[in-house]
Design a protein around this ligand. Structure first.
Ligand code: NAD
Length: 511
C-alpha cells in the first residue's frame, strides 16, 4: 500500500487540517515536516503546537474531568471496550501508519496495535476492580477504609519507537480511572498519534449513551518545548513520560519542583546471561530477535551478551552468521526483520559508538550501512562488538541502534556483577537449565532490573505485567498488575457510627 492510500484510509488525507482540529489551536508554531523513515519521503507538513497551546489543552481536559470523574467506572470501561473493538477493525490500517512512520515490519506494527487491543481488554476488566480496602480500626464503633478516586488530566509524552502502544497503555488505564489524557507524541511520529486520537474521537462520537465528553482525549503535536510546558503545568497532576534518560531527568525535575507526580519510562541497557547449560538454539533465537529486531530501536533491545566462556565458542560464530544474513529492507516486505533506523542522526550515533569501540581496541563485526536493495531510508547491518572491558563507558550508554556488546564471564557472581554494572535497569534475561542459577538471577541478589526473564529474551513484554525499570530507567510502572494506581488518588476515610469521640493513640482531654 502506498503512503497516500495508507494515510487516507485513516482519515489523514489532509493531516494539516486534522492536526489543527485535534490540537484545537491556532497553528502558530513552526512547520513540522513529517518524514517516513522507509524512504525518507515527506509524508506531511503542518504547523506545530507551541508551548502556549498547553493552557487551552489543559482547560479542555479539566472541563472534561468534571464530567468524567462522575461517570461510573464500569461505564468508562465500556468506552474503552468500544475503543478496543474499533482498534480490532482498524488494526491493519493503523499498523500500516506505524510501519510508514516508525519503520516497523508489518508483523511488529500490527503486534503493536494488538498490544493496544490487549490493554483495552485489561482496562475493561479493571474498570470493575478498582478496589479499595477495609482496614481494621483501633477505635470502637468506627470503620476505616481506602477509596481510589480519579486524579485529573494526565499528560502523556511518548517516544518515536512505540508510537501507539505506549499511548494506549496510558490512555486505556487513565480513562477507566476517570482521567482525561493530553498526548504529546514524538515529533517523529505525529501521524500515528493523530490517527489514534481520531479513532478515539470516533468512538466517543458513537457513544453518546455513555455521557463521556470529547475533551477526555487531546493531542498536541509539537516539539520538546511543548513537553516542557506540560511538565511545568500545574493542571497535570500526573505526567507520564517515555523516552531517553536525558528527557526523563528534565521532566522528573520539572514535575518534582511543583510536587506533581511523574511516571518515567526511560532508556534501557539490557543484557542476557548465557550460561554453559543454556539451550543454544533457544538462546540464538532469543538473541537474534532481542538484539537485532526492530533495528535495535526498542527500550528493551538487548545491548549486552554476557556469555560463559564455555558457551561462547559454540554460540558466537552462529550468531555472526545469522547477523550477516538477516533480511534488511523495506519493512512492508514479507520476511524482513530489520527495517530502517529512524533517521540520519540515529545512524551517526551508531557509527560514533562503533568508532569509539574500534579506538578502544574492540573487534566490530557488521555495522555497515546497507544501500543496495533498500528504498532509500537509513538501513544498517547489525553490529557485534567483542573485546571491550565490561566497565567501559561506551557500554554504559544506550546507543539506540543494533549494536551488541559481547562480554565473557567465568563465574555467575561475576556475570551478575557485570550485568548490574550499568546506570539503567529495564529488562534482563538468563538462559540456563540450572534451576539454582535461574532462581539466583531472579532473587534479591540477582538482576536489578524491573523485568527479569528466564529462557526468554529481553524484548517483547506482555501487557498483563507491570512494565518499567529501575535506576536511570526512571522507576515507573505502566500497563498491567497494579500500575493503575498511578492514575488515581487514594483517600483514607474513617467513619464514626458511635456516640463517643475516642481519639486515635488513646489521647484523652477534658473539654
Ligand atoms: P526522546 O527522549 O528524544 O523523546 C521522547 C519524547 O520526549 C518526545 O515526545 C520528545 O519531544 C519529548 N521530549 C524531549 N525532551 C523533552 C523535555 N526536556 N521535556 C519534555 N519532553 C521532552 O526519545 P526518543 O528518541 O523519541 O525515544 C527513544 C528513547 O526512548 C530511548 O532511550 C528508549 O529506550 C526510550 N524508550 C523507553 C521506553 C520505556 O518504556 N522504558 C519505551 C520506549 C522508548
Amino acid at each position: 500500500m502506498d503512503a497516500d492510500t495508507t494515510l487516507r484510509r485513516l482519515g489523514l488525507a489532509d493531516p494539516h487540517a486534522v492536526a489543527l482540529a485535534a490540537d484545537r489551536r491556532s497553528g502558530s508554531g513552526q512547520t513540522l515536516a513529517v518524514r517516513g523513515c522507509i524512504d525518507g519521503a515527506t509524508l506531511a507538513a503542518f504547523p506545530q503546537a507551541v508551548a502556549a497551546d498547553v493552557d487551552e489543552a489543559v482547560r479542555v481536559a479539566q472541563e472534561a474531568f468534571e464530567t468524567l470523574r462522575c461517570v461510573p467506572a464500569p461505564r468508562r470501561g465500556e468506552l474503552v471496550r468500544r475503543l478496543g473493538n474499533k482498534l480490532r477493525e482498524r488494526k491493519s490500517d493503523l499498523g500500516a501508519v506505524v510501519t510508514l512512520e516508525a519503520g516497523k515490519s508489518v508483523q511488529e506494527a500490527e503486534g503493536e496495535v494488538q498490544e493496544m487491543i490487549d490493554v483495552c481488554d485489561f482496562a475493561v476488566g479493571l474498570s470493575r476492580q478498582l478496589y479499595g480496602l477495609t482496614i481494621a480500626t483501633e477505635r470502637p464503633h468506627h470503620r476505616m477504609m481506602e477509596q481510589w478516586h480519579p486524579l485529573g488530566p494526565v499528560a502523556v509524552i511518548t517516544a518515536f519507537n512505540f508510537p501507539v502502544a505506549v499511548w494506549a497503555w496510558n490512555a486505556a488505564l487513565a480513562l477507566v480511572c476517570g482521567d482525561p489524557v493530553v498526548w504529546k507524541p514524538s515529533e517523529k511520529t505525529p501521524l500515528t498519534a493523530l490517527a489514534c486520537h481520531g479513532i478515539l474521537q470516533e468512538v466517543i462520537g458513537e457513544s453518546g449513551d455513555l455521557g463521556v465528553p470529547a475533551g477526555v482525549s487531546g493531542v498536541l503535536v509539537g516539539g520538546r518545548e511543548v513537553g516542557e510546558a506540560m511538565a511545568d503545568h500545574h493542571g497535570f497532576p500526573l505526567v507520564s513520560a517515555t523516552g531517553s534518560v536525558r528527557m526523563g531527568r528534565a521532566v522528573g525535575a520539572a514535575v518534582g519542583a511543583r510536587l506533581g507526580r511523574s511516571l518515567l519510562e526511560l532508556g534501557g541497557n539490557n543484557a542476557m546471561i548465557v550460561a554453559p547449560s543454556a539451550d543454544p538454539d533457544l538462546a540464538l533465537r532469543a538473541i537474534t530477535f532481542s538484539a537485532f529486531g526492530t533495528a535495535g530501536q526498542r527500550c528493551t533491545t538487548m545491548r549486552r551478551l554476557i556469555v560463559h566462556e564455555e558457551a561462547a565458542d559454540g554460540l558466537l560464530p552462529r550468531l555472526k552468521k545469522v547477523a550477516s544474513t538477516l533480511q534488511i529492507g523495506d519493512p512492508r516486505d514479507a520476511g524482513v526483520l530489520l527495517g530502517p533506523l529512524i533517521d540520519e542522526a540515529a545512524h551517526q550515533a551508531m557509527q560514533r559508538a562503533l568508532e569509539c569501540a574500534r579506538d578502544a581496541g574492540a573487534t566490530v563485526t557488521g555495522g555497515e550501512r546497507v544501500t543496495e536493495g533498500v528504498p532509500g531510508g537509513v538501513y544498517v547491518r547489525p553490529a557485534i562488538v567483542e573485546g571491550l572491558e565490561a566497565g567501559s563507558p561506551l557500554i554504559a550508554e544506550e546507543t539506540f541502534a543494533p549494536i551488541l556488546y559481547v562480554l565473557p564471564y567465568r563465574e555467575l557472581d561475576e556475570a551478575i556483577r557485570i550485568h548490574n554494572d550499568v546506570p539503567q535497569g529495564l529488562a534482563s534475561a538468563i538462559f540456563t537449565a540450572d534451576v539454582r542459577e535461574a532462581e539466583r538471577f531472579l532473587s534479591a541478589s540477582g538482576s536489578d532490573c524491573g523485568i527479569a526473564n528466564v529462557n526468554i529474551g529481553t524484548s517483547g513484554a506482555e501487557i498483563g505485567g507491570a512494565f518499567g525499570g529501575e535506576k536511570d530507567t526512571g522507576g515507573g510502572r505502566e500497563s498491567g498488575s497494579d500500575a493503575w494506581k498511578n492514575y488515581m488518588r487514594r483517600a483514607t476515610n474513617t467513619i464514626n457510627f458511635g456516640h463517643d469521640l475516642p481519639l486515635a493513640q488513646g489521647v484523652n482531654f477534658e473539654a
